[in-house]
Design a protein around this ligand. Sequence first.
Ligand SMILES: Cc1cc2nc3c(=O)[nH]c(=O)nc-3n(C[C@H](O)[C@H](O)[C@H](O)COP(=O)(O)OP(=O)(O)OC[C@H]3O[C@@H](n4cnc5c(N)ncnc54)[C@H](O)[C@@H]3O)c2cc1C
Ligand SMILES: NC(=O)c1ccc[n+]([C@@H]2O[C@H](COP(=O)([O-])OP(=O)(O)OC[C@H]3O[C@@H](n4cnc5c(N)ncnc54)[C@H](OP(=O)(O)O)[C@@H]3O)[C@@H](O)[C@H]2O)c1
Length: 420
Amino acid sequence: MFPVFDNEDFSSRRCVWVNGPVIVGAGPSGLAVGACLKEQGVPFVVLERADCIASLWQKRTYDRLKLHLPKQFCQLPKLPFPKEFPEYPTKKQFITYLESYANHFEITPRFNECVQSAKYDETCGLWRVKTVSTTGSTRTEVEYICRWLVVATGENAERVMPEIDGLSEFKGPVTHASEYKSGEDYRGKRVLVVGCGNSGMEVCLDLCNHNALPSMVVRSSVHVLPREFLGRSTFELASTLMKWLPLWLVDKFMLIMAWLVLGNMAKYGIKRPAMGPLQLKNMVGKTPVLDIGALKKIKSGDIKVVPGIKRFLGHSVELVTGEQLDIDSVVLATGYRSNVPSWLQETEFFSKNGYPKASFPNGWKGKLGLYAVGFTKRGLSGASSDAVRISQDMGKVWKEETNQVQQKTKACHRRCISQL
Ligand SMILES: Cc1cc2nc3c(=O)[nH]c(=O)nc-3n(C[C@H](O)[C@H](O)[C@H](O)COP(=O)(O)OP(=O)(O)OC[C@H]3O[C@@H](n4cnc5c(N)ncnc54)[C@H](O)[C@@H]3O)c2cc1C
Ligand SMILES: NC(=O)c1ccc[n+]([C@@H]2O[C@H](COP(=O)([O-])OP(=O)(O)OC[C@H]3O[C@@H](n4cnc5c(N)ncnc54)[C@H](OP(=O)(O)O)[C@@H]3O)[C@@H](O)[C@H]2O)c1
């Protein structure tokens, strides 16, 4: 990495040449690419807007979170989880693993550097990546120049804050699930949890466990599956069946299994989508909920299921049915989105929603040295497979080029020697 100067703006902006790729994001995806590139001998720079690795896991998740898939599906390439880790590692264990992963592969991201824009410069055939760094009270702008750009900013980069009538006039606290830590602060409170994905369900369960009174908004439909069936992980079972059976048949199997274990949830207000869980995940990217106890609380009435919201009032909410509920707090478990369109000036490879246009397994490589990791809608296992592909692709080019340079150097030495 060599500091150079930008001709356009000599005085105010530092310019850095990166010999290898710039990786944007130091979450599991960015770390996985970094580790695989180390093995290939390709140098790189990782830029991270937060002050730590895996900021989603360290700063934007609740205390009781565990990985919801068995550990073998969540470990990153080249370094398995420690043997003593349980089947479903806790968030703390996962962070410890990621920290030792970064240390093991000597990945040292440049923290507090938020990428503001990245653009391919046709004139020089290189990427220009501009960051703003906010260490303390000093604001520094840096421009990185590189031939390869790896987008690793994740599917969950920004929280989704819905615009609902009257929400700004609601008098109680309104929190997004990314800020929710535990139900401790909500004891005895009536909490409206908006959303019934994995976050909404688990926040409701946590609230129950802290003697709060949650109502969960289910505005449409959702697939809920047991996390395990006959002692085996549902995810593992589905992955195995998909090797032999068509998707629609595996979906049928999943639905029968869910009915056997969980019963008919429609009578509790949880309707299933018309499309099967795996097909829905593949086509729309909507993740099924893996139940870890919320359904029991719904059946017992500890979690009240309510339909969509019409509007908020000072201390209550009016539902689409006209029913009015008095509430003390709101937790928005309304999901996340990619932030790629806000900084990457490119529209051929990435679509407007911030995901690569090509779906898994083809969404990892664009043109002009652009790569994406972790946008597969397949969680950590998808990120790992992207990372391996990206590093092999770059490693091949890197080795060819460095071999050529070495051969030229040798030839040059021979010429020099012969001249002597
Ligand atoms: C509550 C929750 C639980 C989850 N549990 C699981 C699970 O059990 N199993 C599973 O497989 N998946 C799970 N996921 C999905 C999760 O997204 C992945 O596990 C994983 O975090 C994805 O890694 P990533 O590196 O792609 O994205 P992230 O972890 O989001 O990392 C992206 C990084 O990029 C940084 N960044 C973003 N924008 C910029 C910018 N402009 N400049 C510089 N840096 C930037 C962010 O600060 C962040 O550190 C969960 C998600 C959530 C929200
Ligand atoms: N390890 C774990 O156990 C774990 C825990 C939490 C999350 N996760 C993962 O994290 C990712 C995000 O999950 P998530 O649950 O946060 O988000 P999500 O799956 O995107 O769910 C968002 C929910 O909010 C609802 N919603 C959005 N806007 C709404 C509005 N205006 N009114 C009412 N409802 C609204 C959606 O309803 P519609 O469906 O009708 O749009 C949906 O139910 C997923 O990949 C998930 O698997 C994993």
